[in-house]
Design a protein. Structure first.
Lengths: 233, 122
């Protein structure tokens, strides 16, 4: 299943769904509309996707988790998430799905920095990526080239975990730490990101400082989180 | 000192009255008023009992009674705020789960009306 969290993406969502349907007509597409103020829901439905609409704005994490919950309930084995703004090229969906199937990893990340060119990243986000790459290498003992990428695929094991519990804001980095605590594996595959087709990024320079603090705290909490009498690290 | 104790006693009585009034008007649920009432009664007891305040001051190593009183009042409010942070967090989690459930159920109901089958499992 393809999962697209969307908030005010009426300008790009139809193109993204159209590209996906053209390349992967066999894959069901689920758009989770995060209470958009524009016509995202209508446009997505007209483009041929299934749409669930949350009654109030949950933020990215809550929105993605709603999709994971439905996918898990429906019995899907693999879910590939991409953004509704067109930055994530559907041409790489096949690569992520195949890597999920063959590698045995519970999560596959589409990374713009593994053989990619890293274009279409703001300066603030670029600095954040470098910092978190270093930070996560300490915690995960494995390099993550693109820790903030939202172009990710998960298998059913990870889906079960994320359907139960998923970080609410800026979930990508915390999700990696959650997987590491469960001794799950992740792989990165090279992708090229495109410029967003419409809308503006939620991570602006002003919010970057809050982003870093929030993610650091979230990672710390996940490291310390007690999970019953037996830790699985 | 006496003036401070009187002010604290007055604030405590006012807090008790406000909380009881809000319980009566159903603006606060009884279970969430307990923390406020507990804090207010503690403040009132401390302000009206110099002996208790002295003992508490010795316990926390502060011989100055007004400072000891203010420290205890501050600590009481921190405890109340912390308790409500926990409650708010629990409510937010429950709210998110309910919101997601509503959205999923709405989707499934619409799918039942519009399509004979749910998406195939790939």
């Amino acid at each position: 299943m393809i999962l697209i969290p969307a908030f005010n993406e009426e300008g790009a969502i139809a193109t993204v769904i159209g590209e996906l349907r053209q390349r992967h007509p066999e894959l069901p597409i689920l758009v989770v509309d995060d209470c958009s103020a524009d016509g995202t829901r209508t446009v997505a439905l007209e483009a041929g996707a299934d749409v669930i609409s949350v009654p109030y704005h949950l933020g990215l994490g809550g929105c993605v988790q709603a999709g994971y919950r439905l996918a898990f309930d429906l019995g899907f084995q693999y879910v590939i998430r991409l953004d509704g703004d067109g930055q994530h090229d559907p041409a790489y969906v096949g690569l992520i799905r195949d890597t999920l199937r063959t590698s045995g990893a519970q999560m596959v990340i589409g990374s713009r920095y593994v053989n990619g060119d890293g274009k279409h990243t703001s300066v603030a986000r670029g600095i954040g990526i470098v910092f978190f790459r270093w930070f996560l290498a300490l915690i995960l003992r494995k390099e993550v080239h693109d820790p903030t990428s939202g172009f990710v695929g998960v298998n059913r094991e990870a889906l079960e975990v994320f359907a139960r519990s998923f970080p609410l804001e800026y979930p990508e980095i915390e999700a990696l730490v959650v997987l590491q605590r469960l001794t799950f594996r992740f792989e990165e595959v090279p992708v090229k990101m495109r410029a967003r087709m419409a809308g503006v990024s939620t991570i602006t320079a002003v919010r970057s400082f809050y982003y870093v603090l929030h993610v650091l705290l979230g990672v710390l909490v996940n490291i310390l989180k007690y999970q019953g009498s037996k830790r699985r690290i | 000192m006496d003036r401070l104790l009187s002010i604290i006693a007055g604030v405590s009585l006012l807090l008790i009255a406000v909380v009881l009034l809000n319980i009566r008007r159903a603006h606060i649920r009884v279970e969430y008023s307990v923390s406020w009432l507990g804090a207010a009664v503690s403040m009132l007891a401390l302000s009206q009992s110099p002996w208790l305040l002295t003992q508490l001051g010795h316990l926390i190593g502060v011989n100055n009674q007004p400072i000891a009183l203010l420290l205890v009042v501050g600590a009481l409010f921190l405890i109340v705020f912390f308790r409500f942070s926990v409650i708010i967090s629990e409510l937010k989690d429950a709210n998110i789960a309910l919101t997601q459930k509503v959205a999923i159920l709405e989707y499934q109901i619409n799918a039942l009306h519009e399509k004979p089958q749910a998406p195939s499992r790939k």
